[in-house]
Design a protein. Structure first.
Length: 625
């Protein structure tokens, strides 16, 4: 048989049907003079029981008939009676009548052992036994970390009568067989990248210049349930902040006479999970999302008849695109992946790339916004201390009326200032969220997705902003006419500790919302006045927020920390909230390993602060024990 005919004969053995779609064909390879070539010897080793030996006569009985002894050396075999697979290493001097030591030092024969243990009567008891080892276990090698050690069954040797063996491949080097254990993981990763690349092709049809790494798309489409070393949470956090900002500034400019409430309603209709899920389903996104953990033991070679493919072919603008088909996914998952894809394009191609992707999805945002004229008859210098505020912010306003508006509370009803800070606060909230999230994403590229989410939560919150406002004396410059607000600010200052952490979680003070709002409104004012220059906003506001949170200074919010601890350790937690004559009470009780840990806060703080302080008290008690 010549070489060409030999190849054709081997390939003819493949059971390929016309109605079966296969994306690839796996063939082993070897390197000859630095050139990779197909390893036809290994391919020909399949079903060796069908091949006669040219040098020796078949003289050993196997499960499928007589074979030559050379076929049984370095052979991949299986034993149908127990469904196990081995690779042979030698033909031993032992036979079915040889002694075998079993448990408790008892000695029997191989013949008796197989009769008692498996109910098998050996027919060829005088045949020499095969020495074999378990095949290498198939693991998930996609993980970038070292897996937990377990008993390595591949190093366990056994003795097997040849008549119980069915030969799968022969000869097959141990090194080649070992490499087979990596194939499921390698192909799983390639399959994921192919699906991600298919999605990228759809987008490139719309925007050829918007390049992005395929692996970044894969990351954006991978959920936590896949149990990979990466998932979409970091990109989703980044994309969520940019989407919120982009839509906010578009609405702020488009609807110049709408108050903050109407703007928030309009924004929610665009960025809600329901809206994003609808947009995602519009371009078949569920068919690309990965939300199942990979089990290499269930992986089947493409082309196997038992494989049930769930691949769907769709026609997108004349091009065939392959997805995993229609699947039922939670609405939030689809919405999160849309945000993660925005974050993926943002992190690799900048804001232009992210906006092009959003436009393709159906979210139309225009960043080419010209400053608009405002009308304020009164002189801003007569309303607020412009010199102090500009010195604090290290920014000179072209339109000082924005500064007056940013410092005006809703209770300050004077004709000189027709608007309060709420519109600017709406805009500043979104730009600060985006700027801080982007800063953390770039500054700490090696942190986990969960860390980014926690650091963002610790940095982007009203208490954090309120503490920053108090530290630079901004509370003295808020324009308001509310006695209740005045009392609240005074009470906060009495309990305020300058040495408290920036997060405000250590303080017993209950911060008035207005103190955090003015940080956001000032950010919004600078953004509008600077012609929507976010870098100018960051230079002005960042010094007020220092020190910014770092992975070393990050602490988890007490409420969340206690809740997660109770869930992890199966502790029982009860919370009791009450209010009497303006005094709030919060009692937290945790039963841990039979011991009761409780703490009750009673004071003027609001319910949120009271709960935080009560949880902190219980945590301290738990840590002491």
């Amino acid at each position: 048989m010549n070489h060409k005919t030999e190849k054709e004969a081997v390939l003819a053995k493949c059971c390929l049907k016309d109605d079966l779609k296969i994306d690839y064909l796996l063939l082993p390879s070897i390197t000859i003079e630095q050139t990779p070539v197909v390893d036809w010897l290994t391919i020909n080793s399949v079903h060796p029981s069908m091949i006669e030996c040219a040098h020796h006569k078949a003289n050993i009985h196997t499960e499928k008939g007589l074979v030559c002894s050379c076929i049984l050396r370095n052979a991949l075999i299986c034993t149908p009676h127990n469904g196990r697979t081995y690779i042979t290493t030698d033909i031993m001097e032992l036979n079915g009548n040889s002694p075998l030591e079993v448990r408790d030092g008892e000695v029997t024969s191989y013949k008796k052992y197989f009769k008692q243990k498996h109910g098998i009567q050996l027919r060829f008891e005088h045949q020499r036994l095969l020495k074999a080892r378990h095949v290498f276990p198939v693991k998930n090698y996609c993980h970038g970390y070292r897996q937990a050690k377990d008993r390595d069954v591949s190093k366990t040797f056994v003795e097997i009568p040849p008549e119980l063996c069915y030969i799968i491949m022969s000869p097959i080097p141990v090194s080649v067989l070992y490499s087979f254990a990596f194939i499921p993981s390698i192909m799983h990763r390639i399959e994921g990248l192919l699906v991600a690349f298919n999605f990228k092709k759809m987008h490139l049809d719309h925007c050829p210049q918007n390049g992005i790494e395929t692996f970044k798309v894969l990351e954006a489409m991978t959920t936590k349930t896949c149990k990979e070393t990466f998932h979409y949470e970091s990109l989703e956090t980044l994309g969520d902040s940019f989407l919120k900002y982009a839509v906010s500034q578009q609405l702020f400019y488009t609807y110049q006479n709408h108050h903050e409430g109407l703007l928030s309603v309009k924004r929610e209709k665009i960025i809600s999970n329901a809206s994003l899920c609808k947009l995602g389903c519009g371009f078949r996104l569920p068919g690309f999302i990965r939300n199942e953990a990979f089990d290499p033991k269930t992986w089947i070679i493409p082309g196997a008849q038992s494989k049930k493919f769930t691949i769907e072919e769709i026609n997108y603008k004349g091009r065939k695109i392959y997805t995993r088909g229609n699947r039922k996914l939670k609405r939030k998952i689809v919405a999160d992946v849309v945000e993660a894809l925005i974050g993926a394009f943002l992190s690799t191609g900048g804001e232009t790339a992210a906006l092009l992707f959003m436009d393709w999805v159906g979210i139309k945002v225009n960043f080419n916004i010209a400053p608009y004229e405002r009308q304020l008859n009164a002189c801003p210098d007569n309303i607020v201390n412009v010199r102090f505020l500009e010195s604090l912010l290290k920014y000179s306003f072209r339109d000082r009326s924005l500064l007056a508006e940013a410092m005006t509370h809703g209770s300050y009803m004077l004709p000189d200032v027709p608007r309060c800070y709420q519109r600017l606060e709406y805009l500043g909230d979104s730009v600060l969220d985006y700027l801080i999230t982007m800063h953390l994403y770039k500054e700490y590229p090696g942190m986990s997705p969960g860390q980014l989410t926690d650091m963002r939560s610790a940095s982007v919150n009203n208490d954090c902003y309120a503490m920053s406002a108090i530290k630079v004396q901004l509370h003295k410059h808020v324009l308001h006419a509310s006695q209740e607000l005045h009392k609240h600010i005074v009470a906060t200052l009495d309990k305020f500790d300058q040495s408290s952490s920036t997060f405000g979680w250590e303080s017993e003070a209950s911060f008035p919302k207005v103190l955090g709002d003015i940080i956001e409104s000032l950010a919004g004012a600078i953004l509008v006045d600077s012609g929507y220059n976010k870098e100018v906003v960051w230079r002005s506001i960042r010094p007020l927020l220092e020190p910014l949170v770092t992975p070393n200074t990050l602490t988890i919010h007490p409420i969340r920390e206690l809740t997660e601890l109770c869930q992890k350790m199966n502790y029982t937690m009860e919370k009791t909230l009450s209010r009497n004559d303006g005094v709030n009470s919060c009692k937290i009780e945790v039963i841990a390993d039979g011991l009761v840990h409780q703490y009750e806060y009673i004071g003027s703080a609001d319910k949120k602060t009271a709960t935080r302080l009560a949880c902190k008290g219980v945590l301290n008690s738990l840590k002491e024990t």
